[in-house]
Design a binder for this molecule. Structure first.
Ligand SMILES: NC(=O)c1ccc[n+]([C@@H]2O[C@H](COP(=O)([O-])OP(=O)(O)OC[C@H]3O[C@@H](n4cnc5c(N)ncnc54)[C@H](O)[C@@H]3O)[C@@H](O)[C@H]2O)c1
Length: 327
C-alpha cells in the first residue's frame, strides 16, 4: 500500500499514540486531532498535531478539508466504563456527539473511517469465545454509546457511500517496547496500570468480586497488546484500500486471563508482593469475556503477536518503571 494521509482523532491517547507510531514507521503521514482531555501532548511524536474537540464540527470540517486525508481513524472518546454510570450524559455528548461530527464530515468528503469500538457492546454473553454475531446487549452507558456509534456507521453506509471498519477491542494493555509511550489514565481505572501503581505506591489493590463463576473466582478478561491493536488498524486500512466491504471485527488475544493470574504474573516479574483487598462485584462487569478472533484472522489477515500475558505485563512494567515520576 502506498503512503496514506491518515487523520487520527484521539492520537494523543493511549491506543491512538501507539497507532501513530506504528503507522508512521510504515511510511504513512499522520495528523493527530485531540482536545487533550485525557491524552498527552508528549505522546504526539509522530506527525502533526491539531488541538481541537471533534465536536466542533465547523472547525473540524475546515481542518479535514485542508488535510485531505485518505482515511480517518476515530479513537477520540470518553472511555471509562464506571465513570459512564455516573455521567451518562457526558458520555452521550462526547461519544455520540463526536461520532456524529466525524461521520457527517467523512460522509461528505468520502473518507473511510476506522472506528474504535469495544467488547462492551456484548455485555453478559451466552457462549464463549464471543464472536461478532453474538447478541449486542451492553451493560453500561459507555457500551451503549459504542453500540450506537456502530449503528450510526451502519445507517450512514446505507444512506451514502460511507465505508468503515469497526474494531471491537477487548482489553488494550501493555506498552511500546521502546518505552516512549504507555498506558496512563487519570483517574486510572484499568487493571494493569492499577496493579503497577499499587506496587509503586505500596497501596492496596481493590479487586471487585472473588465469587465469579471462574477458576479462581476473579473476573476473566481478554488482554490484547496495544501494538497488536495498532497493527490491526493498518490491516483494516489495507483491507478497505483493496475494496473490502464495511464490517465489524473483534480484536483480542482469543483467550481469557483472570485478575489473580495478572497479579501472580506481575509478582513474579517484579519480585514484589502486591497488597490486595476483595470488594463486592461492580455493576456492568460480566464474569468472563474473551474473543473469537477468527474473523479478523481470516479477513483482515491479522493475528496477535505480542499478547502473551507475560509479554504484555513485562512491557507495561518496563514503561511504568521509567515514567513513574512523569504520570
Ligand atoms: N483502552 C481500552 O482497553 C479500550 C477498549 C475498547 C475500546 N477502547 C476505545 O479506544 C479508544 C481509545 O481509548 P484509550 O484507552 O486510548 O483512551 P484515551 O483516553 O487514552 O484516549 C482517548 C483520546 O481521545 C481524546 N479525546 C476524547 N474526547 C475528545 C474529543 N471530543 N475531541 C478530541 N479529542 C478527544 C483524549 O484527549 C485522548 O487523547 C476509545 O474510543 C475507547 O473507547 C479502548
Amino acid at each position: 500500500m502506498y503512503s496514506q494521509r491518515i487523520v487520527v482523532t484521539g492520537g494523543a491517547g493511549y491506543i491512538g499514540s501507539h497507532f501513530c507510531k506504528y503507522a508512521k514507521s510504515k511510511g504513512h503521514q499522520i495528523f493527530t486531532i485531540d482536545n487533550l482531555s485525557t491524552g498527552y501532548k508528549e505522546f504526539v511524536k509522530w506527525g502533526d498535531f491539531f488541538l481541537l474537540d471533534v465536536r466542533e464540527s465547523n472547525k473540524l470540517y475546515d481542518l479535514i478539508s485542508k488535510i485531505k486525508p485518505n482515511y480517518l481513524v476515530h479513537f477520540a472518546a470518553s472511555a471509562y466504563v464506571q465513570e459512564s454510570f455516573i455521567n451518562p450524559l457526558d458520555y452521550i455528548s462526547n461519544n455520540i456527539g463526536g461520532m456524529e461530527s466525524v461521520t457527517r464530515i467523512c460522509t461528505e468528503l468520502s473518507i473511510p473511517i476506522i472506528f474504535s469500538s469495544s467488547c462492551s457492546v456484548y455485555g453478559e454473553v451466552k457462549s464463549l469465545p464471543v464472536n461478532e454475531d453474538s447478541e449486542l446487549i451492553p451493560l453500561s452507558p459507555y457500551g451503549e454509546t459504542k453500540l450506537l456509534c456502530e449503528k450510526i456507521l451502519k445507517w450512514c453506509e446505507k444512506s451514502s457511500n460511507l465505508k468503515y471498519v469497526s474494531l471491537r477491542y477487548f482489553n488494550a494493555a501493555g506498552a511500546d517496547f521502546d518505552k516512549e509511550i504507555g498506558e496512563n489514565h487519570n483517574p486510572e481505572t484499568h487493571l494493569i496500570p492499577l496493579v503497577i501503581k499499587s506496587i509503586n505506591k505500596g497501596i492496596k489493590l481493590k479487586i471487585f468480586g472473588n465469587n465469579y463463576n471462574t477458576k479462581d473466582g476473579t473476573a476473566v478478561r481478554d488482554y490484547i497488546h496495544v501494538n497488536d491493536l495498532a497493527r490491526a488498524h493498518l490491516n483494516a486500512i489495507e483491507y478497505l484500500n483493496s475494496n473490502g466491504k464495511s464490517d465489524f471485527f473483534n480484536l483480542g488475544s482469543g483467550s481469557g486471563t483472570s485478575i489473580m493470574n495478572i497479579i501472580n504474573t506481575l509478582e513474579s516479574i517484579t519480585g514484589l508482593k502486591i497488597k490486595k483487598e476483595f470488594c463486592p462485584k461492580r455493576i456492568g462487569d460480566p464474569s468472563k469475556l474473551f474473543a473469537d478472533i477468527k474473523k479478523a484472522k481470516n479477513i483482515l489477515n491479522w493475528e496477535p503477536k505480542y499478547s502473551k500475558i507475560e509479554t504484555i505485563l513485562q512491557s507495561a512494567w518496563d514503561w511504568h518503571k521509567i515514567s513513574i515520576n512523569n504520570y
